[in-house]
Design a protein around this ligand. Structure first.
Ligand SMILES: [Zn+2]
Length: 560
């Protein structure tokens, strides 16, 4: 239990807890060498320590605990000396190690003490076994980079300072909190610490706590200001974005472009963000999804809106024709080139050039296109000199260009050039919410064009439209609605008016997909009418309502 220095002889004044502690349970008082003490669990001390670290930061917490330990050690030394009449400071140091052990804080083992009373040089090495502080630190924070037995260092420093009547400071060199088997510390008089003495002393001086708080307050103030600034910036961005969103939505509405679904709203927002930035954009999406609309939107919402917008379908032209179309040619460049011709890059000027079906262009044209993008220069077919170009390039494709790169049909460098910003337009089946408003838009348009009084869609037909896969996306839907308007015999479109592929696969029973009572009622009336070939009397009988009620409900639901 009691430890001794290796070099010094065992102390004659071994301390015994029984001598030091005075329990008076009836009074709720415990005294340790005449001083009242309290027993706190190591876990509670550990929690308080954690509170300090978490609220003050570990640097400040370290200093607070250093000073707390220092006061504790200093106090113990003064009291112990008064009671135990030790022969000299060295004996006192051993007593301090024992007391530290008896108090259950750490098993302290003094390994070496060198003290020269004349010069005042002092050096002590101590080993600490099972430090409660290291244990608690490991428990709350895991392994530490630096030693963590701050209050122990403080205690040893305070105790030694009181014993010797001079400034002695300890420093922990290895620590169980770092994963070592035990902790080691070294103590020296302040002068022996040399260059380090100032920083060590500062750690122990209480005055710096005020500075510490001041510093923390400053730091918090700065952080708050920074946050405030960021918030303002975000607010401004949000406002700008709202203006942009608003403009885009109005643009879409003006062109009857339905974009109510979240997926499509996200695409519009992305488009609004990139439009003014002058970067190359690649619009990806299945055919019929509305890529052209997005491309046009990019042009219209960019500073180039006043300049030309030219487009070319790369899949529709042969390699030679496409090259001449894009870059132009000089007279006699090839058979049929009877005069000089400017290419679309030149025609577009400061505007936008839209390359549709970019995935289909030949490798030779890809190389020339890459040069145009990189060097902003083109050369007409058959020409000697280059021409500067400034058009913004926006491309679209329904092909997986990455796969094309892997299979060697598309240049990787061109892919990266074009794909600087990719917008993926969702397929119609990925935004089914938009189907009813789209159907309505197409219905109104087709009915007006064909001068037919078709105003609505039966629940059954709408259900089929909602459930179909739409491989041809919005374009296919538009054609389906047009066809239905042509075929419709009533003021509403029915299931049989839809293309067979739409009605074939999923033919959900009316009312299956809705809990809406009115929808169900309407569906039942429609079915009854269909079953009895429009005979209202029979339909009413089957529905168990009067013909008058049937007539009123048909009017209500727009069923003629
Ligand atoms: Zn330690």
């Amino acid at each position: 239990m009691v430890s001794h220095s290796r070099r010094d002889p065992p102390s004659r004044h071994d301390l015994h807890l029984a001598e030091l502690l005075d329990f008076r349970p009836e009074q709720g008082i415990i005294r340790l060498h005449e001083q009242r003490v309290v027993i706190l669990s190591a876990a509670a001390m550990g929690l308080m320590r954690k509170e300090l670290v978490d609220t003050l930061g570990s640097e400040t917490a370290r200093r607070v605990l250093l000073r707390f330990g220092f006061a504790d050690g200093y106090h113990d030394a003064v009291n112990l000396r008064a009671r135990s009449n030790w022969s000299g400071p060295i004996e006192g140091l051993h007593a301090g190690a024992m007391l530290h052990t008896l108090e259950g804080i750490v098993r302290a083992e003094v390994r070496r003490v060198d003290y020269d009373a004349e010069t005042g040089r002092f050096e002590e090495e101590v080993t600490w076994h099972d430090s409660y502080e290291a244990e608690q630190h490991l428990h709350h924070y895991g392994k530490s980079q630096a030693p963590v037995c701050w209050s122990l260092v403080g205690y040893s420093s305070g105790f030694a300072s009181a014993c010797l009547g001079k400034e002695i400071y300890f420093r922990e060199t290895t620590c169980a909190g770092q994963g070592a088997r035990h902790c080691s510390a070294i103590g020296r008089d302040v002068n022996s610490w040399g260059a380090e003495s100032e920083s060590i002393r500062a750690d122990f001086q209480a005055a710096s706590l005020g500075q510490e708080v001041e510093r923390l307050r400053d730091a918090v103030g700065k952080r708050l200001k920074e946050l405030d600034r960021r918030e303002q910036l975000l607010e401004r961005r949000e406002r700008e974005l709202n203006v942009l969103r608003d403009r885009v939505n109005r643009h879409a509405a003006a062109r009857h472009f339905v974009a109510g679904s979240q997926a499509m709203q996200d695409v519009l927002e992305m488009t609004a963000r990139v439009a003014p930035l002058d970067t190359t954009v690649l619009v990806y999406g299945e055919s019929g999804t509305g890529k052209e609309f997005i491309v046009r939107l990019i042009h219209d919402q960019s500073p180039r809106a006043g300049a030309p917008f030219v487009s070319v379908n790369c899949a529709a032209l042969t390699e030679t024709l496409l090259e001449s179309e894009l870059f132009g040619h000089v007279r006699g460049a090839f058979t049929g080139a009877v005069r000089d011709k400017a290419g679309l890059f030149e025609v577009a000027g400061n505007g936008t050039i839209f390359l549709d079906e970019i995935g289909e262009i030949a490798l030779t044209v890809q190389a020339k296109l890459l040069r145009a993008l990189q060097e902003r220069e083109i050369r007409r077919v058959g020409a000697e000199r280059s021409i500067r170009v400034n058009a913004r390039v926006v491309a679209a494709t329904n092909r997986d260009l990455r796969a094309a790169v892997e299979s060697g049909t598309f240049r990787e460098d061109l892919y990266f050039r074009l794909g600087a910003f990719v917008i993926t337009v969702p397929s119609l089946r990925d935004r089914r919410d938009d189907i009813p408003p789209l159907v309505h838009t197409f219905l109104v348009r087709a009915a007006a064009r064909m001068k037919k009084d078709v105003r609505s869609v039966s629940a059954e037909a709408m259900s089929a439209l909602m459930n179909y896969r739409w491989p041809g996306n919005v374009r296919e839907l538009e054609h389906a609605v047009e066809r239905a308007v042509i075929l419709a015999n009533y003021s509403n479109i029915r299931l049989r008016d839809l293309p067979p592929e739409v009605t074939q696969k999923s033919r959900p029973r009316p009312g299956d997909d809705t809990l809406d009572l009115q929808e169900q009622e309407r569906a039942s009336i429609e079915r009854a009418l269909e079953r009895f070939g429009g005979n209202r009397r029979k339909a009413a009988d089957a529905l168990k309502i009067s013909t008058v009620t049937l007539w009123r409900k048909m009017k209500q639901y727009g069923l003629s």
